[in-house]
Design a protein. Structure first.
Length: 117
């Protein structure tokens, strides 16, 4: 156990369960010291109460948001605005096109981007 404390970023030995119980009250914890085990039951909301949130990855979402406002931007301009490499922009644009969320209208020079909603 001492080696684990040295190798891993523990707050203190066994503190993870305590912190989880404090942070999420919908956990039931049963400590069976005689059987040398514990059980943690995490309660979730019923399926009907869950809200599914689907959003594009961060860079893809930024690309779409920016191109909705300014459709004539180039890949280098997008890279500079978002703060990523041109290669990252190219990769994300290709994925957005494959997903049917973005389309190029006209030629590479002089054309523009169309965000498909």
């Amino acid at each position: 156990m001492e080696k684990c404390r040295e190798a891993l970023p523990y707050h203190r030995s066994g503190s993870g369960i305590t912190r989880a119980l404090d942070a999420w009250p919908k956990i039931d914890f049963t400590d069976d010291r005689d059987g040398c085990l514990f059980t943690a039951t995490v309660h979730r909301k019923p399926f009907g109460e869950l809200t599914l949130v689907v959003k594009p990855p961060e860079t893809s979402g930024k690309i779409l948001d920016i191109l909705k406002q300014e459709e004539h931007l180039t890949i280098p301009e997008l890279a500079r605005l978002i703060g990523v490499t041109e290669r990252s922009i190219e990769r994300n644009i290709r994925k957005l096109q494959e997903q049917g969320l973005l389309r190029r209208i006209g030629p590479a020079k002089g054309g523009h981007w169309e965000v498909i909603e």
